[in-house]
Design a protein around this ligand. Structure first.
Ligand code: GLU
Length: 318
């Protein structure tokens, strides 16, 4: 059994990231598996080197340890995506040969126009987008425009047994549609990189936030196209702020670094998160390793958890 946590170093980690990281860690440890840390710094615009270090320090402060990762090495490295581009290139060639990719010249604006959505909510890329692409392709090519590469998604449903959510029917044509594997600016897309890395690192169990469930159909198609068995998936419920909205790095949600600086003890954070998951009845000071023996994914609360003032008071020593 090999599990992983895969932070994107686009900011400091918040309590929601910590909760998912703990779950992935507890699951791997409870199964006697190997826990891998992988830094997903694919997006060169948004990722920052200082956050790579900061995120690893935040997770260590929380009490996590990993068997393989950027700072400890391991047999499946490098553990930083920006050092793995050659693997994505190789996978791209496999997909290209099998005829499942196509060049897409649609700009963000074109996509919004086709979707016809008034506020440009991204409808999945499908028939209408392909047809517009076919109309403008020759012209864009003459103009020397670089296309993105998309994976063609035909209408279909995929059955998934998720270890937390249960049986789900995924509809990738509606969820992502034809998804990007390499962006027009040459950057690699998340969907491709995450699958290539989980295959190459022999990950058997993916524990991650349920905001990624809609990406799972696209990823299952990539596993199939690359001739690999998919791992088991467990999509865990998210942590919500007092406003009922999920925590987000860009909103400046409470980060582990900020809590550390404010003198909050990591045992308080672990205890609060464990109680938010229903592993203990009420917050108690606890160490991350207190849960590794007994942890079972099947026992966690299945609903998102909303933080309120009393939780923050507990963190700060109330
Ligand atoms: N790097 C992704 C994130 O931080 C997680 C990807 C995954 O777990 O599949 O949201």
């Amino acid at each position: 059994m090999r599990g992983r946590y895969a932070p994107s170093p686009t900011g400091q980690l918040h309590l929601g990231n910590a909760r998912t990281a703990l779950l992935a860690y507890w699951h791997a440890r409870a199964q006697g598996g190997t826990f891998v840390m992988r830094v997903e710094d694919l997006d060169t615009q948004r990722s920052r080197p200082e956050f790579v270090q900061a995120n690893l320090e935040e997770l260590r402060w929380l009490g996590l340890g990993w068997d393989e990762g950027p700072d400890v090495g391991g047999a499946f490295g490098p553990y930083v995506q920006s050092e793995r581009f050659w693997l994505y290139k190789r996978a791209l060639e496999t997909l290209r040969t099998s005829g499942q990719l196509f060049e897409c010249y649609l700009s963000r604006k074109d996509l919004q126009d086709v979707a016809g959505a008034p506020h440009g909510t991204g409808a999945a890329h499908g028939e209408a987008q392909r047809s517009l692409n076919a109309q403008i392709e020759a012209r864009k090519r003459r103009e020397g425009k670089t296309p993105s590469l998309r994976f063609r998604v035909e209408p279909q449903t995929l059955a998934l047994h998720d270890e937390v959510v249960g049986n789900v029917t995924l509809n990738p044509a509606a969820d992502t549609g034809d998804f990007v594997v390499r962006r027009a600016d040459g950057e690699w897309a998340y969907q491709l990189a995450v699958v290539v890395d989980d295959i190459a690192m022999k990950i058997t169990h993916v524990v991650r936030g349920d905001d990624l469930l809609p990406s799972t159909g696209a990823q299952l198609l990539l596993y199939r196209a690359l001739g690999a068995e998919p791992p088991a998936f467990a999509h865990v419920p998210l942590l919500l702020g007092a406003d009922g909205v999920r925590l987000a790095k860009r909103k400046g949600s409470l980060t582990l670094s900020a809590l550390n600086e404010a003198g909050v003890r990591p045992e308080r954070v672990v205890g609060l998160l464990a109680s938010s998951l229903g592993l203990i009845e009420r917050p108690l000071e606890a160490h991350a390793d207190d849960f590794t023996e007994t942890f079972e994914l099947g026992r966690i609360h299945k609903e998102a958890f909303r933080l309120d003032e009393s939780h923050l008071a507990w963190l700060y020593g109330g």
